[in-house]
Design a protein around this ligand. Structure first.
Ligand code: HDE
Length: 732
């Protein structure tokens, strides 16, 4: 019998563990300032310029262990990129719960409002390679690693609350379909191609998610302005072993905002690092991104009270039915020191949970539980990826796992098995009272089958709910997106089949897309939608299922209803040249900065501009280095010469026209009317706009700087004026 050596203390871990992660990374930090160059083994290098040769014109010697080490390391610098979510950006931060959630969960980090839990968050796109553009039309990953005092909890979510498929069995097919086509490796980071829509048109269960990816949710303005979702239904378990179902949400405090599709495509060329840069710069400037953690909690007894199945990952629980309770705040406050060591090597796993959190039988979640460890084995080179500094928990690790590639831990003693007596029985199993994890004892009594529950068969009701909940401009964007994507599909039969699916969601939607494609909506779905019936069933027997849900609209699903009360961190351009009215420029700039905006003076060239009264004003960007798509709003100050220069400058006029096209707020000093008159959109303004101050759909003109700046600030905080997009579309 094993005898216990010492009893582990229950209270060993301190409550405030924020600095523990920072401290644990510290020994691995390397700063070469003032240091001599060495080999990987610490031998000082005397010459890093020349290889060792047989004479200065002779052949290089194999003996040159310094060059061989350097080149060997270089040859192996790249590791396989993630098969999905390859392109990502990350940040460190802290999480703090508002009040104890002990009633629902025994997870300690959700119990103590004083406890600050360190976190590392990685945002990503899904389909593109590591070097692809941030602005692809795509789902965004929102993966959070909480380094809790009970071990790591990873909430590996997305910015869309549902998924394309219901069963993990279909994930490789989905990913093969959306990735660049295998024969020619095109297109990069785009779903607008035949194989994706071929698959989707044969997978009616993807209808709901496709509505989201064709909406502006797939084009976030910033990682700081998008929601996050755990997607699956999880379980909270309290210390009485009572379970509740839980859906996790992240709510950004800056609201949920997106860019236009035309804008996204331009940004991809002008600054493919747009989101990465935005996150980095916000944190560097102290504008820390903040999100509240929300939970929707459902009692176990209410499991079957919905008109969909809680285990089906293609369904969400409308917030109007089960409200989202905000229980804590995540603040991202530190950029990584090294992209590779942290952002690239971080290994998330939906199976990293702590006592108090548990899984459900969602068949997508169940499959994910296998995939994440498996993928790290190949990507990070073996079973010791948990020892990479960014992946280490802040609590000690003790078990009998041993050896393998790149093992860091030096385990002492002769015992690496359990039970043992030679090691005094260590490491001991933890009792529940000592924080030992036990799975929720869910009752299972079932036949072993390869089947899908009929409760998963309604693929369209929530797709329709989503579409119906959108504002008119949001609906238009979905029509445009589908018309664009299917327009890129070359196989007519796939387009038609997709129209059959769209007709199940909304006939108006299907008709508009059909019009744009020059096709008719098929009378009945082109092919039997047979994905939800067993393989031996007859596909012809399958009829689309649609329950009649109680809820017809969910305002929470529309971004039109998001928070619009601040211009913090919005990027605002001021177009000016020599001779600018310095009051007009500087007063506006100060007013915008006072509200937390980032303001750039943009002139035809870099350097400084000279104001009417000889003030020297620094230029932040030139019209050559930036474009309107990198800004949220634009202001044109007065000053006779500046106005004359800008009115005659095609790049400035293009800047304004494009800002108008993308529905941004535009302001001008009345003195700068000549510039506005040179734009295309001035023809779309009311005839008397020159004579008085106008606040029309985000166009603000006036000569009272106080009034002008407060009207402009109100307009910028609206984010975009999508209503003007269709009726007043301009070329740009
Ligand atoms: Fe993932 N997913 N996934 N996924 N996933 C990966 O793990 C997988 C799914 C998500 O920033 C991979 O380390 C399967 C849903 C995020 O490092 C891989 C299935 C959701 C990230 C993998 C899913 C996600 C990943 C690739 C269906 C939202 C990026 C590299 C059964 C709830 C994490 C890696 C990061 C990454 C498998 C479905 C989110 C291959 C098999 C649903 C945010 O293991």
């Amino acid at each position: 019998m094993a005898t216990k050596k010492t009893k582990p203390s229950k209270d060993a871990a301190p409550k405030d563990i924020t600095n523990k992660k920072v401290d644990s990374l510290a020994p691995h930090m390397e700063d070469s300032a003032g240091e001599l160059m060495t080999t990987d083994h610490g031998v000082k290098i005397n010459d890093d310029q020349n290889s060792l040769k047989a004479g200065n014109r002779g052949g290089t010697l194999l003996e040159d262990f310094i060059m061989r080490e350097k080149i060997t390391h270089f040859d192996h610098e790249r590791i396989p990129e993630r098969i999905v979510h390859a392109r990502g950006s990350a940040a460190h931060g802290v999480f703090q719960v508002y009040e104890s959630q002990a009633k629902f969960t025994k997870a300690k980090f959700l119990e103590d409002p004083k406890a600050k839990t360190p976190v590392f968050v990685r945002f990503s796109t899904v389909a593109g390679s590591r070097g692809s553009s941030d602005l692809a039309r795509d789902v965004r990953g929102f993966a959070v690693k909480f380094y809790t005092e009970e071990g790591n909890f990873d909430l590996v979510g997305n910015n869309i609350p549902v998924f394309f498929i219901q069963d993990a069995m279909k994930f490789p097919d989905l990913v093969h379909a959306v990735k660049p086509e295998p024969h020619n490796e095109m297109p990069q980071a785009a779903s607008a191609h035949d194989t994706f829509w071929d698959f989707i048109s044969l997978m009616p269960e993807s209808a709901h998610m496709v509505m989201w990816t064709m909406s502006d949710r797939a084009l976030p303005r910033s990682y700081r302005m998008m929601e996050g979702f755990g997607v699956h239904t999880f379980r909270f378990v309290n210390d009485k072993d009572e379970a509740h179902f839980v859906k996790f949400h992240w709510k950004p405090l800056l609201g949920v905002h997106s860019v236009a599709w035309d804008e996204a495509q331009n940004i991809s060329g002008k600054d493919p690092d747009f989101h990465r840069r935005d996150l980095w710069e916000a944190i560097e400037s102290g504008e820390f991104p903040e999100y509240e953690l929300g939970v929707q909690i459902v009692a176990e007894k209410d499991e079957h009270n919905f008109d969909f199945d809680l285990l089906d990952p293609t369904k969400l629980i409308p917030e109007e039915i089960v409200p989202v309770k905000r229980i804590g705040k995540l603040t991202l406050n530190r950029n990584p020191d090294n992209f590779f060591a942290e952002t690239e090597q971080v290994a998330f796993h939906v199976g990293h949970i702590v006592p108090g959190i548990d899984f459900t039988n969602d068949p997508l979640l169940q499959g994910r539980l296998f995939s994440y460890t498996d993928t790290q084995l190949i990507r990070l080179g073996g079973p010791n990826f948990h020892e990479i500094p960014i992946n280490r928990p802040v609590v000690p690790v003790h078990n009998n796992q041993r050896d393998g590639f790149m093992r860091q831990q030096i385990n002492k003693g002769r015992v690496s098995y359990n039970p043992n007596s030679l090691g005094g029985g260590c490491p001991y199993q933890a009792k529940m009272s000592e924080g030992g994890f036990t799975s929720f004892a869910e009752r299972i009594d079932a036949k072993k089958v390869r089947e899908r529950s009929k409760s998963f068969f309604d693929h369209f009701s929530q797709a329709t709910l989503f579409f119906n909940s959108q504002s008119e401009p949001e609906k238009n964007h979905i029509v445009d997106a589908l018309s664009f994507e299917l327009g890129k599909v070359e196989t007519i039969a796939i387009r038609e089949r997709m129209l059959g699916i769209l007709a199940q969601i909304d006939t108006g939607l299907a008709t508009q897309v059909a019009y744009n494609l020059g096709l008719h909506v098929p009378k009945k779905p082109e092919q039997p939608m047979n994905q939800s019936i067993p393989a031996d069933g007859d596909p012809k027997d399958f009829q689309p299922v649609k329950v009649n849900p109680k809820l017809k609209k969910s305002p929470a699903l529309s971004m039109a209803n998001t928070i619009k009360d601040s211009i913090r961190t919005r990027r605002i351009a001021i177009l000016a040249a020599d001779g600018v009215n310095e009051n007009s420029l500087l007063e506006m700039k100060d007013a915008l900065i006072a509200e937390g905006a980032t303001v750039h003076v943009i002139a035809p060239k870099l350097g400084t501009i000279t104001g009417e009264n000889d003030t020297q004003i620094a230029v932040d960007q030139s019209l050559l280095t930036v474009a309107s798509v990198l800004y949220d709003a634009v202001y044109v100050p007065g000053g006779t010469n500046s106005v004359a220069t800008m009115a005659a400058e095609p790049d400035a006029i293009h800047f304004l026209n494009e800002a108008f096209k993308h529905c941004k707020a535009i302001a001008a000093d009345t003195e700068a009317l000549q510039v506005i008159e040179a734009t295309y959109f001035s023809r779309k303004l009311p005839p008397d706009f020159t004579s008085k101050s106008v606040l029309m759909e985000g166009i603000v003109i006036g000569d009272d700087l106080n009034k002008l700046s407060s009207q402009f600030i109100a307009a910028v905080s609206q984010h975009r004026f999508w209503e003007r997009e269709k009726p007043r579309k301009v070329p740009a």
